[in-house]
Design a protein. Sequence first.
Length: 268
Amino acid sequence: MYKISEFSNITQLSIKALRYYDEEGLLVPSQRNEQQHRLYSDKDYETARRIIMLREFHFSIQEMKDVLQNCENDEDICYYLQEKMALIKKNILEEKACMKVMESYLKERNFTKQANALYQIQEEICEKIQYAAIPFQGSYDKIKTYVQRLYKELKGNTKGAIFQMYFEEAYDEMMASRLCVDLKKEIKTVPNDFFIGQIQARQVLSLYHIGSYETLHIGYKALLDYAQEHHLHLQLPYWQHYEKGPGIVLKGNPDKYVTKIVVPYERG
């Protein structure tokens, strides 16, 4: 048997750590003498070695308890190490996602400060637009499949940038919309799920937003603030032209995407 000072030397665990592990039930000494001094055995030494290994692998106290209570040999420990690796990988992905959100926040905060200087809001007349459209519901990164189908079905009878038209004021992550493209000439036959429509000539507010789609809401705020300041009533539907964005395969630099936001209005 080893006294606590001797056991500390051969395990390289401090006396303070040994007392703490005893209190936590991780490494309880096999015996105590008449003075209640801790005495450790060779079996305790093997437990200590496992604790040192688990501590190096960043196991928490509770995780160590789970391992030590259920492991009979080193082969059993391997299963716990594999599970711990899976948890670490999961945590890394979650931390990276969190960092991405924080980076977006910092970028957006900086962008918001400059927004008033960057945006040039125009009051203009939108000429009549004849368009073909396909219903779309989902996030921006799902658009490309629908865009490919639009161009394939219309076979060169298109002009200008793809634009997305919305018919609801309130935002929803899965809000319904239409993906549209201007037509060079009228057509009568389209697939059943396509729309052929017109936007009549009308007064609109517009601005060019340069940046990722995740920051488009800043442009909409600028338009809304302008409308309130000039006593204008914004109308539906509104739309956004994707003047420059991701390619079919490669996304490019989101900070250089160019989106024209267009919102009809009436004077109050």
